[in-house]
Design a protein around this ligand. Structure first.
Ligand SMILES: [Zn+2]
Length: 349
């Protein structure tokens, strides 16, 4: 027991027998959070008080659906642990966020590294020598904002991960909503447009075909072909990073084409988010992901479209805010998820 609590001495300013004060020993347990994007990843290690002892944000990693890419991912995580100051035996679990369909209970990932015979959690756990949980990236980001970010007591929250792809995370009555198998939140693959554009999921006309980082890159390239001018050059070798240049072009260069394209997208985003508002009646709508860096360039068109397209009473209930955690949302959410899972396992045993 003495490993888990610290004797902080006696309370001084109380009458009668002075009570002892105890605090949780922050070094008694650590939790590892890993957020994997298509062209980058972030890792953080938190103590039991949710304080980071080490964190590396947004470093280059190309996610490919191959055994080699999985091995590289495990090697990076192992190096991060080995290079840190915390004894690996003190890390009680890791949570790894991936995009797409994730069944956290059974430990399967269906979009990346799927193996019919063995849960991905088992495969990674064997490599790391740690208990591993998988989480959908957007759901983890939503939970990060709920526990330590922009959420201020609201219990019914919709978080929008507006990035290369688009998905939502839902908090209902203070709990993450998973759906039957954990596949909830695939807002980006709602078929909304008759545009005959093929989505990354293989279907035609999904929301992402007009509202997403990858569609923004296509819209930008098409506009240049049509003769429009821009100061921005898409020089990034990884296609999955090119939308960052357009977002930065709007913010830093006030580039007209970049601003025009993100405004059109954000108006459409607001229009289709109004459907989500009408269905869920949330208290708070959080815009997160890469597009949240745009601030008012994204939020004002979204706000205006929400007002125009959602029901008045529903719209009056909801506050619209941008993520306060930014790049850290996924890692913080992953640490919170694995901590709560491990502690609830301990308590139930
Ligand atoms: Zn799709």
């Amino acid at each position: 027991m003495e490993d888990y609590v610290i004797d902080m001495g006696k309370v001084t300013n109380s009458s009668g027998r002075r009570p002892s004060l105890y605090s949780i020993n922050p070094t008694c347990a650590y939790f590892l959070g890993v957020n994997v994007n298509r062209a980058s990843m972030s890792i953080g290690l938190q103590n039991i008080k949710n304080e980071f002892v080490s964190i590396e944000l947004d470093f280059s990693f190309v996610l490919e659906n191959t055994p080699e890419s999985l091995q590289e991912l495990c090697n990076i995580i192992n190096s991060f642990i080995d290079d840190g100051s915390v004894d690996k035996r003190m890390i009680v679990g890791a949570c790894i966020n991936l995009s797409g369909r994730i069944n956290s209970i059974e430990g399967f990932s269906y979009n990346y590294f799927f193996s019919e015979n063995r849960p991905l959690t088992e495969i990674i756990s064997a490599q790391l020598g740690l208990p591993v949980r998988l989480e959908n990236d957007t759901r983890a980001m939503a939970y990060g904002e709920y526990k330590e970010g922009i959420v201020d007591g609201e219990q019914n929250v919709i978080f929008v991960n507006y990035s290369w792809g688009v998905a939502i995370g839902m908090i209902t009555d203070g709990k993450l909503y998973y759906g039957k198998s954990g596949y909830s939140g695939e807002f980006g693959h709602s078929t909304l447009f008759n545009n005959e554009i093929m989505c990354q999921c293989g279907k035609l006309g999904c929301l992402e075909t007009e509202i997403s980082g990858w569609s923004l890159v296509n819209q930008f390239k098409n506009a240049l072909k049509e003769g429009k001018q821009s100061k921005v050059k898409l020089t990034d070798s990884s296609e999955a990073l090119q939308h960052h240049a357009i977002i930065a072009g709007a913010i830093n260069l006030e580039d007209n084409l970049c601003i025009e394209l993100v405004t059109i997208q954000s108006e459409k985003m607001g229009r289709y988010l109004s459907i989500i508002l009408n269905i869920f009646n949330p208290e708070l709508l959080v815009i997160g992901g890469d597009f949240s860096k745009l601030g008012d360039y994204a939020l004002l068109p979204i706000q205006s479209a929400l007002k125009k397209y959602s029901l008045g009473l529903v719209n009056r209930d909801v506050k619209l805010k941008k993520s306060s955690l930014g790049l850290r949302a996924g890692v913080i959410g992953a640490c919170c998820v694995v901590k709560e899972q491990m502690l609830s396992t301990l308590i139930s045993n």
